[in-house]
Design a protein around this ligand. Structure first.
Ligand SMILES: [Zn+2]
Length: 199
């Protein structure tokens, strides 16, 4: 796309627009169409204006390619992968293996600790801190979702461990990530509940 923007003007004049890759092939699948809306809303809300975001662009192209692969569970793999990396690239991802209340290492193999999150607190908390901080409406981040978090941060999307992905897979992780985004943008994402209900 090429466009011209005058200084101090928000509106731009678009000169030309060429379609490089169409997402048309996936929109017959309702949940995939909802996923596209979600990717667009999150990108629009989180990316700074007038700044090239090369890493975010590469993330988007990778995730869209995976979505077009139409492998079983691709929608949920794509959306979860995108959400986690977008939150990380935006600098909004807290330390995921430490309780932000007391510093306990949540992933200690000799003493694995349950992890909780709440809309009104940043990051994860252990059971003790959940009680002492009176975190109301806290959700648990399941051991499976914590394992998926580690995998996503270490592997390309196509190399994630074999797993039967459905809407319930890592739904708690997506809820956590959505809350982190919503706290930052100070409003709810319109597309998130629609997507989760689209399964
Ligand atoms: Zn704690």
């Amino acid at each position: 796309m090429s466009y011209y923007q005058r200084e101090n003007r928000e509106l731009v004049s678009i000169d030309s627009c060429e379609l490089v890759q169409s997402q048309f092939s996936v929109i017959h699948d309702f949940s995939a169409a909802c996923a596209l809306d979600f990717l667009a809303e999150v990108s629009e809300q989180l990316l700074p204006a007038n700044e090239p975001g090369e890493k975010q662009f590469r993330l988007l192209t990778t995730v869209l390619e995976h979505l077009r692969s139409a492998t079983p569970g691709a929608v949920w793999r794509a959306v979860t992968y995108f959400s986690l990396w977008t939150v990380r690239l935006a600098g909004l991802l807290p330390d995921m293996d430490v309780c932000l209340g007391c510093g306990t290492w949540l992933e200690d193999p000799e003493n694995p600790t349950r992890a909780f999150f709440s809309r009104f607190s940043f990051g994860l908390h252990c059971l003790e801190c959940r009680r002492s901080l009176h975190l109301s409406n806290a959700w648990e981040l399941s051991p499976e979702s914590r394992a998926i978090t580690r995998e996503i941060l270490q592997s390309p999307i196509a190399a994630l461990a074999e797993r039967n992905w459905t809407q319930t897979t890592a739904a708690d992780l997506r809820r956590f990530l959505t809350q982190q985004i919503e706290t930052h943008i100070e409003r709810r994402l319109i597309t998130a509940p629609v997507l989760e209900a689209a399964a």
